[in-house]
Design a protein around this ligand. Structure first.
Ligand SMILES: [Zn+2]
Ligand SMILES: [Zn+2]
Ligand SMILES: [Zn+2]
Length: 376
């Protein structure tokens, strides 16, 4: 179940130290700390409204394009500044987790062995992104990505936030990736998740694009036929048969080329019109520290091996899926690449359309390595 805008705004404000209460008319009443009120340019106490045309007295607008919304994103200006909270988890026993390990890992071209398990402190970032998807229409909304900082496994997080306890700076010594890397991965996951949630919209765009392209082609076919008839008619009066045919050929070729070029431009225009441009920007981030079982596996591909921590996620109460180290929104099963043993999902393990070679998109961000070599 997707969260509504008021629910998300309430969550973010609460985690920045506000007290929130829902009112009967769909507004939120808030009581903000002085620091928060200052940062958001709000009074200490007030009411927020979320509709565009409701006039709930002197309530402050909190729609997607409101000043308040911009100010909330501004809370994140210093990327390292976000609230840290801890979550008291109840860990299931490792035996139970091991039963689901094969399904979770689902490797297509490699094997793995379980090495050891331990229970330790790990951390997640819960990232709230505002997205704007623009095509011939505009869609706005919020995407929430929960990403594990130890192994970069990311999931869309749409559940209600469980009880968290603010812990100030957080604990030292939790093993995790560099914050920049975690951010980048959560962005990538966010964009992919938004695309997925807009599936129906994307499908309707494609449908309209194809319909319009078909119409353009039909139109230019008619144009071509008319041109052919006109040219033949005009040349019919010439006496010399060979010269006549040559002239028809010459004129036809010229005309057809012109029509085809114009048709190509028209199709390109349509593609631009219906292309989907997704922009996401972070609104709020909460780091959640928790204790959880970590199962260390050893992934084996040919002669190489790579140790990897598989984690139990107490917030969604199941094992975290392996990440796709390219899109971070994996489609199972996974492939392991030969060179660096990247974990890559089925959607990202590409087959080159020119030479048919399968390659790792994380190793070769510029496309097929074989064809690239041929080019230079
Ligand atoms: Zn992927
Ligand atoms: Zn790779
Ligand atoms: Zn190729």
């Amino acid at each position: 179940m997707k969260k509504t805008l008021p629910e998300v705004v309430a969550e973010i404000l609460i985690h920045n130290g506000a007290v929130i209460e829902e009112t009967d008319d769909g507004c939120l009443e808030f009581l903000a700390t002085e620091t928060l009120a200052d940062k958001l340019n709000l009074p200490d106490y007030g009411k927020l409204r979320f509709g565009y045309n409701d006039s709930s007295g002197d309530a402050i607008s909190a729609t997607y394009d409101s000043e308040l919304f911009k100010a909330i994103a501004g809370l994140l200006k210093g990327k390292g500044e976000f609230s840290v909270a801890s979550f008291e988890s109840s860990c299931p026993d490792t035996e139970k987790l091991l039963k689901n390990l094969n399904d979770t890992i689902a490797l297509n071209n490699a094997t793995f062995r379980m090495e050891k398990s331990e229970t330790r402190k790990i951390s997640y970032l819960l990232c709230y992104f505002k997205y704007t998807a623009i095509s011939d229409e505009k869609r706005e909304g919020i995407a929430q990505v929960l990403i594990n900082e130890l192994n970069l496994s990311a999931v869309p997080f749409e559940d209600a936030l469980p009880e968290l306890e603010a812990v100030g700076e957080g604990s030292a010594g939790i093993e995790r990736h560099d914050l920049k890397r975690v951010f980048r991965s959560s962005y990538s996951a966010g964009v992919e998740m938004v695309k997925e949630s807009l599936k129906d919209f994307v499908r309707s765009l494609e449908r309209r694009l194809n319909r319009d392209i078909r119409r353009v082609h039909e139109y230019y076919e008619t144009l071509k036929n008319e041109a052919r008839i006109a040219i033949e008619k005009k040349a019919a009066s010439a006496k010399d048969r060979a010269a006549r045919e040559e002239e028809i050929d010459r004129q036809l070729k010229k005309k057809m080329n012109a029509i085809e070029t114009e048709c190509k431009w028209k199709v390109q225009d349509l593609k631009t019109k219906y292309s989907l441009n997704i922009r996401i920007e972070p609104l709020s981030i909460i780091r959640i520290e928790t204790r959880s079982p970590v199962l260390w596996i050893n992934i084996k591909r040919r002669l190489a091996a790579r140790p990897f921590p598989v984690t139990y996620n107490p917030l969604i109460k199941r094992l975290d899926d392996l990440p796709c180290e390219l899109c971070f929104n994996p489609k199972k099963p996974y492939f392991i690449c030969d060179d660096k043993l990247h974990i890559i999902c089925s959607a990202c393990f590409k087959t080159c359309p020119d030479c048919g070679k399968q390659y790792c998109g994380a190793c070769h961000t510029n496309g097929c390595p074989k064809c690239d070599k041929n080019k230079s």
